[in-house]
Design a protein around this ligand. Structure first.
Ligand code: CA
Length: 251
């Protein structure tokens, strides 16, 4: 959990250089005002609605079905006049609105929690809750949403070999292969510069580092292991090709 000083040290609103917009939907005035104050204190832009129909109106101007929302987070009470929280949540998801939803409920029953999550809420808090916990959970939801909005890490792909740099994963003809860290780094380098010819010294320098003490036979040994994992026929390689008198190239 976050301490107050940590919250002050890292203002969440500016964390990604953008003010987060939060919609608070709560019919109990005291709780609504408390939420608005706490979230504004965090630097968020807060809009408040006191019933389900007003919430739906606020959210309607979101670009439904476009994968976009005009809010970054919705805090939604379960029991609301007009349209209840579950129906608001269901409607939003039905419209394809991906906005993170934090459900609030006076009832602490497991059924409510499960139902809330089932209709598409991302998190659930039972009243009475501490404002600090609510704020911490909101921050977590917002952070998760920002991260998922980032473009996926690029995949290096050449013919039947795919390398996922951030997952340290390699697929060869659709099958995952296990590489040692050095083999992985070597392959990543090769695939980042297909058809470039590398000398053994250059490969040692890039993969093992300038402080490596040993000889260039190390490179040949690793190339052999890598070929055994990548090539259909390691003695007639398609991927890692020997360039006589120079070194190796990929592709
Ligand atoms: Ca209520």
């Amino acid at each position: 959990m976050y301490t107050t000083s940590e919250l002050a040290k890292y203002p969440p609103a500016s964390e990604f250089g953008q003010i987060s917009r939060v919609l608070v939907v709560e019919d109990e005035e005291l709780i609504r005002e408390m939420l608005v104050l706490a979230l504004e204190g965090e630097g968020y832009e807060v809009i408040a609605a006191s019933d389900g129909r007003a919430a739906v109106e606020y959210l309607k101007s979101s670009e439904a079905n476009s994968g976009e929302s005009n809010f970054d987070l919705v805090i939604l009470d379960l029991m609301l006049p007009q349209v209840n929280g579950l129906d608001v949540c269901r409607l939003l998801r039905h419209q394809g609105n991906p906005v993170p939803i934090m459900m609030l409920s006076a009832k602490g029953s497991e059924t409510d929690r499960v139902l809330g999550l089932e209709v598409g809420a991302d998190d659930y808090l039972t009243k009475p809750f501490s404002v600090r916990e609510l704020v911490a959970r909101c921050r977590a939801l917002l952070r998760r949403q920002r991260l998922s909005a980032l473009p996926p890490a690029p995949v290096l792909q050449y013919k039947d070999v795919a390398l996922y740099p951030q997952e340290c994963r390699v697929l060869v003809r659709g099958q995952q292969v296990n590489l040692s860290p050095k083999e992985f780094r070597l392959l990543e380098l090769f695939m980042s510069y297909t058809r470039r010819v590398w000398s053994r010294e250059q490969l040692l320098d890039q993969v093992w580092g300038p402080d490596f003490v040993g000889d260039s036979k190390t490179v040949d040994v690793h190339i052999r292991w890598l070929r055994e994992k990548l090539e259909k026929d390691p003695s007639h390689p398609d991927y890692i090709v020997t360039v006589r008198g120079f070194g190796y190239r990929f592709g």
